[in-house]
Design a protein around this ligand. Structure first.
Ligand code: GAP
Length: 465
């Protein structure tokens, strides 16, 4: 399926996402809360499909990776060992003029809340010196709120994996090299959440800690960069919209030997989707030191004991969902029924050409699409059409999220599904009653063919393979 991110703005996307139930502002009826988002009926399916695709490819279809679901709140010593308590902070400045708080390293790209045409600082506001602000959300465990009950919402899922390394190793019969993967919520009290869902305060991560023998860091790092880059094609991101940012030696953490970010061309610029870091033995060594428990691997064949090194591909589900939405969104001119012409993308600001009508479509890959197919009876007042369509719908519904719609003109029903990104429309019409075939319509080409009703499920299965 061809895709293009060229023309969509975040405003257009946010409007469609709200209208069609992909993404809502959290607590909207109370005025919202900055940096928090809710996923509606279509959004929750989209996110689930992204997570399923990652889990299948990273865990289920591999012999050398197992899964974990660790708790969000962990022992506070975890965050001492990981270095988050001491160093997980961003530089912050206060503006004494407007009372706003801003990331000191993003002033040049942050609009002044009082003079939005100017950037913070350039607006003439009186800024304080930068100071470090820790991004972890603090809470208390149990009824007493004092220093002994302080805990933190995890700012990444990775530490749950390191903390359970020994348990997982002893039950999973894995040998190094092997990985532990986890999908789950993470929380960061970002100073300036921005770019829609891109930088949020609550988000989901998909992280893999791949444990390797010391000395193999470079080759495994290269392997995972390649694997992860290729994975994005599977979920429909065009390779020409992806890029790599390779960290220079002076940008790496002191324990890391390599780091590459996978970047996506968002409407607001090239930005990170995922980071892949070779972190040496830093994490296991630190947890060993702080917990007093040996976190080692014993190689029975060579009789060697060592602390494994780790390569960590760490991706954000919400950012990937946003990228997938940007990639899929198209405003198109389509020839009016009965006229000749090709479907083409509307240029920004272009007037509707004569003989064409407009459609908004989300060209999702079928495996990512929230709804896989919609089933329609041509007319709702003809029981013989409705019964057959409902029968087909119920049959498909046992295996996939499908949608049944009998309201309104068939063209409008197709268009509604185009906006939801449903790749296939299946219409039961009068010919169905004669020869047991249905109309199979493809979202992207809008082409319609006749397909025996008995073959519909197989066709859908092939499209979703
Ligand atoms: N364990 C390594 C780690 O957490 P990171 O680069 O801080 O690395 C990994 O985060 C990924 O998590 C990012 O590439 C991004 O996709 C996602 N992510 C990080 N902060 C985020 C935020 N505030 N909002 C949405 N996604 C975020």
């Amino acid at each position: 399926m061809s895709n293009n991110t060229s023309s969509v703005t975040l405003e257009q996307l946010a409007s469609l996402c709200k209208r069609r139930g992909f993404i809502f502002q959290s607590s909207e009826i109370y005025g919202g809360i900055n940096g928090f988002w809710d996923y509606g009926p279509l959004g929750v399916e989209l996110k689930r499909n992204i997570k399923d695709a990652w889990w299948q490819d990273t865990v289920q279809r591999r012999d050398d990776v197992v899964g974990l679901d660790a708790s969000i709140i962990m022992h506070p010593r975890v965050w001492e060992a990981s270095g988050h308590l001491e160093g997980f902070s961003d530089p912050m400045v206060d503006c004494k003029t407007c009372k706003g708080r801003f990331r000191a390293d993003q002033l040049e790209t942050t609009a002044c809340p009082q003079k939005p045409s100017k950037k913070v600082g350039a607006c003439g506001g009186d800024l304080t010196e930068p100071r470090q602000f820790n991004l972890m959300f603090k809470t208390f465990v149990g009824p007493v709120q004092d220093d002994s009950s302080v805990a933190y919402l995890r700012p990444e899922t990775a530490q749950g994996i390191f903390a359970q390394f020994d348990n997982v190793l002893s039950v999973s019969r894995q040998k190094v090299p092997f990985g532990i993967a986890q999908i789950g919520k993470a929380f960061r009290n970002e100073i300036n959440p921005r770019n829609y869902t891109f930088r949020s305060r609550e988000f989901e991560q998909m992280e893999l800690e791949f444990f390797i023998p010391p000395g193999t860091d470079a080759e495994w790092h290269e392997y995972w960069v390649k694997e992860r880059l290729a994975w994005y094609s599977r979920i429909g991101l065009a390779q020409e919209h992806l890029d790599k940012y390779v960290y220079g030696k002076d940008e790496l953490a002191h324990y890391a030997s390599a780091c590459v970010d996978i970047m996506y061309q968002f409407p607001f610029g090239l930005q990170e989707l995922e980071g892949i870091a070779a972190r040496g033995d830093f994490d296991l060594s630190r947890h060993s030191e702080y917990s007093g428990k040996k976190l080692e691997y014993y190689n029975q064949e060579t009789n060697e004991r060592f602390i494994p090194h780790v390569v960590e591909p760490s991706a954000g589900v919400d950012r990937i969902a946003l990228a997938v939405l940007c990639e899929a969104y198209r405003m198109e001119w389509i020839p009016k029924e009965g006229t000749d012409g090709d479907i083409r993308e509307a240029e920004p600001g272009e007037k509707l050409p004569a003989g064409y009508e407009e459609r908004t479509v989300l060209r999702f890959e079928p495996i990512i699409a929230p709804i896989k197919a919609a089933v329609f009876p041509l007319l709702k007042n003809r029981p013989e059409l409705v019964d057959t369509a409902k029968g087909l719908y119920r049959d498909l519904q046992r295996r996939w999220p499908v949608f049944y719609d009998q309201g309104g003109a068939i063209g409008r029903r197709y268009r509604r599904q185009d906006e939801a990104g449903t790749p296939f429309g299946i219409t039961v019409d009068f010919q169905t009653l004669e020869d047991q075939t249905v109309t199979w319509r493809e979202r992207d080409s809008m082409q319609q063919i006749r397909v025996p009703i008995a073959e519909v499920a197989d066709r859908l299965m092939d499209a979703l393979a």
